[in-house]
Design a protein around this ligand. Structure first.
Ligand code: HEM
Length: 311
């Protein structure tokens, strides 16, 4: 179970990292050009990126331990086989690339939190986090799909980029609308009301900018998800006769729920909130959408360790 949770945490942290990086480089500057300054927004976004980068550390360490223990015999020292794993396997190459990109992303996020925003640091963060989306494909079924590995890797990378851009940006918005400080203030007093008004204004302003990122990410995710499925499925019946296929079917059904919730938010809840309705329903539907997405990632973490049909 802990290995599945490690994968889940890795996917979730990567999505949040990408979402924070895209929010900091695309949404926040656009917002700054549009209206009154929200001075703490870049810093809050950088804090989220740093938190996600730090959360990736235990996920990566656990995955390394998992991979290593699968290659060891009982009684081996904990580091037996580490050198061979890292230097002579594709999994190891993926891990080393991931560690290097992870370090760059962490340093960029650290710099943004400590020393304030700079174009170079934001650019580095977004480049490193998008490049990180390529590394899972080197550590799973995509690279092992004999004869079709490059097709599988390309669709896998696109799938992870799309998923991370879409869901990560939504997490970033959720976080940023909670990150407005309300220290020491109580419901009913004037400061509390002012803070709440600022938070709601942030939610409305950011949400208005999200549709192109979310729609682009969701479209990429679905197209690439279908392409990856076609690489691994040998027949339609695999969807119910093989274990991998059944997990994929469950995952697709849950993903359809997330997509439907996202579509409803986009068409109904967001326009209502932008027209001046209370933001509470928007906050609620965003939370539900993200909760079901977290479930999709959990099923994904099981899917990627289940042998695909034909193997
Ligand atoms: C909310 C929606 C979704 C999210 C967040 C999501 C996320 C992910 C992630 C993070 C991976 C792991 C990539 C890796 O480790 O290499 C993955 C793999 C995959 N996804 Fe999705 N996905 C979603 C929807 C879909 C849909 C709709 C389909 C199919 C139509 C799909 C098909 C696949 C396939 C076939 C794989 C490869 C599994 C394997 O390597 O065994 N996904 N997905």
């Amino acid at each position: 179970v802990e290995w599945i949770l490690a994968r889940w945490l890795g996917y979730a942290a990567l999505a949040v990292l990408v979402g924070a990086a895209l929010t900091g480089t695309v949404l926040v500057p656009r917002l700054a050009r549009r209206g009154p300054a929200d001075d703490t927004l870049p810093h809050d976004t950088a804090r989220l990126a740093l938190g996600a980068a730090l959360a990736l550390i235990p996920a990566s360490v656990l995955r390394l331990v998992d991979q290593l223990s699968a290659l060891q015999s009982p009684g081996d020292a904990p580091w037996t086989g580490l050198d061979a794993l890292l230097r002579h396997t594709t999994w190891g190459a993926g891990f080393v690339a991931q560690a290097a990109l992870h370090l760059v992303a962490t340093l960029a996020a650290w710099r943004l939190v400590r020393a304030g925003g700079s174009r170079v640091a934001w650019g580095t963060l977004v480049a490193a986090s998008l490049a990180l989306c390529a590394t899972p494909s080197l550590q799973g079924h995509a690279i092992a799909a004999e004869g079709r590995e490059w097709r599988a890797v390309a669709s896998d990378v696109a799938h992870v980029v799309g998923a991370s851009a879409w869901l990560g940006t939504l997490v970033a918005i959720g976080w940023l609308t909670l990150a407005v400080r309300g220290d020491g203030v109580r419901a009913g007093d004037a400061t509390f009301e002012a803070e709440r008004a600022r938070r709601d204004a942030r939610l409305r302003a950011l949400t208005a900018l999200v549709p192109p990122v979310a729609l682009g990410g969701a479209a990429l995710l679905v197209a690439a998800g279908v392409a990856s499925s076609l690489v691994h499925l040998t027949a339609v019946a695999d969807l119910w006769t093989s274990e991998w296929g059944r997990y994929l079917a469950v995952k697709s059904a849950l993903a359809a729920v997330v997509l439907a919730l996202g579509a409803r938010n986009w068409r109904v809840t967001v326009p209502r909130a932008l027209a001046g309705a209370p933001v509470q329903p928007l906050r609620r539907t965003l939370a539900i959408e993200l909760a079901v997405a977290a479930l999709v990632l959990l099923v994904t973490a099981i899917l990627v360790v289940t042998p695909p049909p034909g193997e």
